[in-house]
Design a protein around this ligand. Structure first.
Ligand code: ADQ
Length: 482
């Protein structure tokens, strides 16, 4: 049997729907799933994670059907009960780690039962991994829901290579030190042979936390853990460039149009020099959606000459609707969209088109290719793949990217219009600059960015990570034979 890579993440890259015993499987949306999908499809791998339905809300026959459909996709589901999800996922992961790692300290809600559930669920993942593990396999663990997993695997199988990649920021020591279970978390992560982050800053913050909290000896990109050396490095995640670029080319050659494209074309025909501004995110307080809307309001107030000439297409994918802050945010955004549309609309124009749902890939491409400006203003974002997808889809290299300097991706995109997402005035000026930017300037800015994404695509990212894991494992073997 060939050696395989076991990919482990909280969610499998699929969604399951169960209706009257009928089970269906769909691909899921989200940065991690979208990014890792091509690697999973094209290599010897197995993906372990939760399939999206609570195990105590389905009967055994349905569970068996889900398992079988998952295996077809090279996936193994981890059964999680409703209570485990409440405490481990909505509780500890999304009410402690997510807000804290994005610098929303005031949202962190420490609860001992949630922490206990987090440990138990990480153990459950470890058991299922061990059941599916063969000698020579490698394990690649993803993200903040599974921070304890690397050490749990290492305790049982020190011979196996374990890599860990974090998709969200790692905060500065001053923030991280506030977590009551900070030592256990760091020790859990340090079970990996290689720890990867999107940027050098996150890597630096992690090393500094280890050095100051655990007092372990650290170097620029390695940490001494007893007799082991753990490697730490930055790997800025990318996208499947060809998929987006080719889909954009195909879309432009196609005669058939979706109703969305027809509506967009009608608007552009009605007002010939009109411009579309695009905003796409999961509905999350880290993404700065409310601030973005306020900046648009400020812009329309300050520059009335753009009335009827610009439209913001705002796409928000429903996310974590069980967590109170997400419910409040949804309400705030509904109100802001209502206020802006109420204040500025004319009989033939509404400034904001708001979609609160996930869109099929084809429509996503239509939006990327039809929008003159991408307005991406997260308050904090580990990377932000939408920025890369937009640029990859601009086949003629036109289009303007307005990008928050707080997103990991900003480190790779000096040629975008970089803004501070808390600064209404600056965002409004950036909108004006973007809407008036000559095509030659747009092209000359995007050329460099596009070239980089094309060269450093998601396959290259995964390849680099796996090569670094192999190198780190080499060190581990030398240590074991010493
Ligand atoms: P996310 O927070 O999910 O990911 P992001 O990187 O922007 O954020 O990825 C979102 C993905 O969802 C994109 O691939 C996008 O195309 C897709 N998407 C968004 N809205 C959609 C819609 N309405 N319909 C269909 N598809 C939609 C986390 C981190 C990020 C990090 C990624 C990857 O928070 O900072 O970039 O992981 O590491």
């Amino acid at each position: 049997m060939k050696n395989k890579t076991i990919i482990v993440s909280n969610r499998l890259p699929l969604n399951v729907s169960v209706e009257q015993g009928d089970v269906k499987v769909f691909p899921s949306v989200g940065g991690l799933a979208t990014g890792m999908k091509s690697i999973h499809q094209n290599s010897e791998s197995l993906w372990i994670g939760w399939a999206g339905v609570a195990s105590d809300e389905i009967d055994e026959i349905t569970a068996e059907k889900i398992k079988k459909l998952s295996i077809k996709e090279k996936c193994v589901p981890v059964p999680l009960t409703h209570q485990e999800l409440e405490e481990y996922y909505f509780g500890f992961s999304n009410r402690v780690l997510w807000p804290l790692f994005h610098y929303f300290m005031e949202y962190a809600d420490y609860d001992e039962t949630h922490w206990e559930a987090y440990k138990k669920v990480n153990e459950k993942f470890a058991e299922i991994i061990l059941e599916n593990l063969n000698e020579g396999d490698k394990i690649w663990v993803h993200d903040y829901q599974l921070l304890l997993l690397p050490q749990m695997i290492k305790d049982k199988r020190p011979d196996i290579s374990v890599g860990f990649f974090q998709h969200i920021p790692f905060p500065s020591y001053e923030i991280f030190r506030t977590v009551p279970w900070r030592e256990e978390i760091l020790k859990g992560m340090l079970g990996a042979d290689l720890l990867g982050f999107h940027t050098y800053d996150y890597e630096r913050h992690f090393i500094s936390s280890v050095s100051r909290i655990l007092r372990y000896e650290t170097n620029i990109n390695s940490i001494h853990v007893g007799s082991r050396t753990v490697k730490v490095d930055s790997f800025p995640m990318s996208i499947d460039y060809e998929k987006f670029h080719n889909a954009a080319i195909e879309h432009q050659l196609k005669n058939e149009k979706t109703s969305l494209q027809i509506r967009i074309d009608q608007y552009k025909e009605l007002v010939p020099d009109s411009k579309l501004i695009l905003s796409i995110d999961r509905l999350d307080y880290t993404k700065g959606i409310a601030q973005r809307l306020k900046a648009l309001e400020y812009f329309l107030d300050k520059y009335p000459q753009f009335t009827e000439k610009v439209r913001l297409i705002m796409l928000a994918v429903p996310s974590r609707e069980e967590v109170p802050q997400y419910q409040h945010l949804k309400k705030e955004i509904d109100e802001l969209v209502g206020r802006i549309n109420g204040k500025f609309s004319t009989p033939t124009w509404t400034p904001v088109w708001y979609f609160y749902r996930s869109l099929p890939f084809e429509e996503l491409i239509e939006l990327y290719t039809s929008s003159d400006v991408a307005f991406l203003t997260p308050i904090r974002d580990g990377m932000n793949l939408v920025a890369k997808e937009y640029i990859a889809s601009r086949t003629d290299q036109t289009g303007v990217l307005i990008l928050s300097e707080m997103a990991g991706v900003a480190h790779e995109m000096n040629d975008a219009l970089l803004i501070n997402p808390n600064d209404d005035k600056q965002m409004s000026e950036a909108l004006k600059q973007a809407l008036e930017m000559p095509l030659e300037e747009q092209i000359s800015r995007n050329k460099i960015i596009q070239k980089r994404i094309k060269r450093y695509n998601v396959d290259k990212w995964a390849e680099d990570f796996m090569e670094a894991l192999d190198a780190a494992s080499q060190l581990k073997e030398e240590n074991l034979t010493r």
